[in-house]
Structure formats: structure tokens, C-alpha cells
Design a protein around this ligand. Structure first.
Ligand code: ZN
Ligand code: ZN
Length: 255
């Protein structure tokens, strides 16, 4: 797997961190993990083959995670790059995904589902196993964030990966991500979190200790992270493994 960080920030505009989106190349397939409003332009900036994208995972329906879906489908409808595309684009997420896309589709006659290629919308349930890309097995796990928010576990051959997206502290996440090769976990705040439905650093590290992944990446940073030394803050909590700071444009090979 090869990961490209498209957006390591939150809903709040930031000069260096755009909203949540991660590009994952797995074997011959590609998967976009969350699709923020900035994601479609970020894919182009990183020279990623967005016109050939196989699947999109929407962790939940906060707009910093799904606000780019409508604009992306609006673009692929008419872009020269997708004119000859025939293979389907699959969009996965919790209950409500279809209604969200249909609402966007019916507004202003945007005809988002009228594409040169098929769009498949797949609503999944917590703990259901599904094939997100060919030969890539996925399992979702409900998180403490919204009624329909999910973490995602991926397995391709011997490589495993978890993306928590937004979540409050929940020790079952530690079990869900147990011993994976790579864990992307949110750490919205440094400490004294002002919002309950997110993690602060000590909670993220606590979950990493429970999960014991080979490597972990922290993301979804509010601006208060700009004021601190990332490495030093992490070191104080002795995570025991390598912790990577997500930055827009960072590429990581997994494992
Ligand atoms: Zn968010
Ligand atoms: Zn959220």
C-alpha cells in the first residue's frame, strides 16, 4: 500500500492543512479515504490519477469529510479525463450516504449520477465485511462521533490498515486496530479538548498503546497544534512506536 496525505486538517480553513482526505494505492486499485471539499484539487496537486479512482470511503457526513463528493461527481461528469472511463466508481459509507448523494443530485439539476461510467453507492453497517477494492477486505466499526460514523479496517494479503476518522475515546477502537501494520488516528487537540467527540493527544496515544500497531499517524489537527513541538509532545507520552505527524503531501509506504 502507498498512502498520500491530501488533508491533515479539520473543517476550519488553514494555510497548510486542508480538510480530511487520504489517497491509498492498494495493489492495482485506488481508494480515497474521505472526500473533503479540498480533496479533488489536492488529488490533482499531488499528480494522482483521480480520473481512474476506484472507490471512495466516507467515514461520516460532517462536511469536512464528504463536502467534496458533489463537486467531484460534478467534475467527472464532464471532464475530458473521464470521458472514456467505463469502470464503475464505488462510494461506500454508512446509512444515509445514498440520500446525501441523491439530494446533491437533485439540487439545481446537477445530474451527478449521469456519468460516462456507473456510480455504485454502497451503504455498509458496523462490523459488516465487504470488498472495498478487488482483493481488499474491509470492515467498518461504529465510532463515538455521530450516529453514522465509522472507523475502517483494510486487509490486502498480509498487510492491514486502520483509519479511525473522527472519534471520541473508545477502547474498542484499540481492539479493532490490534496489531495492524498502519493506523491513522485522529488527534484533534493537544490537551484539555474543548469538544467531547474528538481525541486529544494522550487519548490517541492510549489507543495506540492498546492497539500496538507497527506504525501510527496522527491527523485531523486543529490550529492549536501549530503552537507546539509535535515530536516533543509525543515523546513525553512514550508511545513506544514510531508516530508520524500527518502533513499535506506526505507519502508513506505500508508496511
Ligand atoms: Zn472532521
Ligand atoms: Zn466529524
Amino acid at each position: 500500500m502507498e498512502l498520500t496525505v491530501l488533508g491533515s486538517g479539520t473543517a476550519v480553513p488553514h494555510p497548510r492543512r486542508s480538510s480530511s482526505a487520504f489517497w491509498l494505492q492498494i495493489g492495482s486499485g485506488t481508494l480515497l479515504l474521505d472526500c473533503s471539499a479540498s480533496a479533488l484539487h489536492r488529488m490533482a496537486q499531488e499528480n494522482l490519477n483521480w480520473a481512474d479512482l476506484d472507490a471512495i470511503w466516507i467515514s461520516h457526513f460532517h462536511l469536512d469529510h464528504c463536502g467534496g463528493l458533489g463537486p467531484f461527481l460534478f467534475a467527472t461528469r464532464a471532464a475530458p479525463e473521464t470521458r472514456d472511463r467505463k469502470k464503475p466508481l464505488r462510494i461506500f459509507g454508512g446509512a444515509g450516504l445514498r440520500s446525501l448523494i441523491e439530494t446533491l443530485n437533485s439540487s439545481n439539476k446537477n445530474r451527478l449520477l449521469d456519468q460516462p461510467f456507473p456510480i455504485e453507492i454502497v451503504e455498509i453497517e458496523s462490523l459488516e465485511t465487504f470488498e472495498i477494492l478487488q482483493n481488499v477486505e474491509a470492515i467498518a466499526h461504529a465510532t463515538r462521533h455521530t450516529d453514522d460514523s465509522h472507523a475502517l479496517h483494510l486487509r490486502e494479503k498480509d498487510t492491514t490498515f486502520v483509519y479511525t476518522a473522527d472519534t471520541d475515546f473508545d477502547e474498542t477502537l484499540g481492539a479493532f486496530a490490534r496489531r495492524v501494520d498502519f493506523l491513522i488516528i485522529e488527534s484533534s487537540f493537544v490537551r484539555n479538548k474543548p469538544k467531547k467527540k474528538h481525541l486529544e493527544l494522550a487519548e490517541a496515544i492510549n489507543l495506540i498503546r492498546r492497539a500496538e500497531p507497527k506504525r501510527a499517524m496522527l491527523t485531523h489537527f486543529y490550529a492549536e497544534w501549530d503552537e507546539v513541538d509535535f515530536k516533543e509532545e509525543v515523546r513525553k507520552l512514550r508511545p513506544g512506536i514510531e508516530i508520524i505527524e500527518a502533513t499535506d503531501g506526505l507519502r508513506v509506504n505500508i508496511p
